[in-house]
Design a protein. Structure first.
Length: 319
């Protein structure tokens, strides 16, 4: 059913008019991917390519064939680019994002397509070159999940441990965050998270858990607060991590109805981080632009890569 543009909000109306077909979407991706003009991925020659059918671009020097989506998460997609763009617009302009079910109804696609688009977006939301946290940083863990359903009353829990790091600003306020789904809160795992997320020389504020005892040896100024003897509640002594943990749980429960399985939890954490770190952006179109920039620089992701949980490989690639 065609969209009635007249009934759309003004900003969405302009978006639909600008990206009304796959050709206009591809032209926009070309500008993002090759701002200085087409560059052949094989011979690195820069210049106007020969344009053939089905969006193929042929290098005038080495005759190599490629396309604007080759080498990105859009490679070999059967979903029209207009659907990808519309999904990116809705995901970035909705205050709390969209669940796959909501995106399915919004786009008019099947659930599997909406889910796969969101999972690929979550991978693209992580910039491999993003700067580490600095200054005064609070670090703590929280539990995500609850009692299992369907069994006998009170049987077992399915809690997942999430490490959280939050920059504290002076004189007040929070800066950027990093989060990671970790196996447990042992010193080895905590040290790896801190080293990946926080720049050396920063002041790391933690509670009295012994898993943080090695931070001073790793090049951090370690500030400890033993909550049991501080006289202040945990959310007062360490306001940053507790506020972020509360917002995270509310987001998972509200936007995603609490249905986040451990295998995909890190992907949801990355989306929340992307949103939180851009919470002060006054131009939602700019957030859309940033996501599209990262889409064209993120390597292809297959269905097999995301079906059972994306392999983030924290120990050797992204933080």
């Amino acid at each position: 059913m065609p969209i009635d543009i007249k009934n759309l909000p003004s900003t969405h109306r302009k978006f639909v008019q600008q990206f009304s077909d796959d050709q206009s979407c591809a032209a926009f991706l070309e500008i993002l991917r090759w701002p200085d003009g087409f560059c052949c991925p094989v011979c690195q020659t820069t210049g106007e390519p020969w344009r053939q059918s089905r969006g193929r671009l042929v290098c005038s020097a080495c005759r190599h064939q490629t396309s604007v989506t080759t080498g990105t998460i859009l490679e070999k997609t059967r979903t029209p680019l207009t659907i990808w763009f519309d999904a990116a617009w809705h995901v970035t302009t909705a205050k709390n994002g969209l669940s796959a079910k909501t995106l399915e109804r919004t786009l008019g696609t099947c659930y599997r397509t909406a889910w796969a688009i969101l999972q690929r977006f979550r991978v693209a939301m992580v910039r491999s070159e993003r700067e580490k946290l600095s200054g005064l940083v609070e670090v703590d863990e929280t539990l995500i999940g609850g009692a299992k359903q369907g069994g006998k009353r009170g049987r077992g829990t399915s809690n997942a441990v999430v490490a959280i790091a939050v920059e504290l600003m002076e004189p007040m306020g929070f800066g950027r965050i990093r989060m990671r789904h970790i196996e447990n809160a042992s010193g080895t795992i905590i040290d790896a998270f801190v080293c990946d997320a926080i720049a050396k020389g920063a002041t790391v504020h933690t509670d009295g858990w012994t898993g943080y005892n090695g931070l001073s040896d790793l090049g951090y100024e370690h500030k400890r607060t033993i909550l049991s003897s501080s006289g202040d509640p945990a959310h007062v002594a360490m306001p940053g991590v507790h506020r972020v943990a509360s917002l995270l749980k509310r987001w998972i429960l509200g936007t995603h109805q609490g249905s986040v399985v451990p295998e995909h939890l890190q992907s949801y954490l990355e989306e929340f981080t992307f949103r939180f770190n851009r919470r002060n952006s006054k131009n939602r179109g700019l957030v859309f632009f940033r996501l599209m920039e990262q889409i064209v620089t993120t390597s292809p992701i297959t269905v097999a890569d995301i079906t059972y949980g994306y392999d983030w490989g924290h120990e050797n690639r992204r933080s």
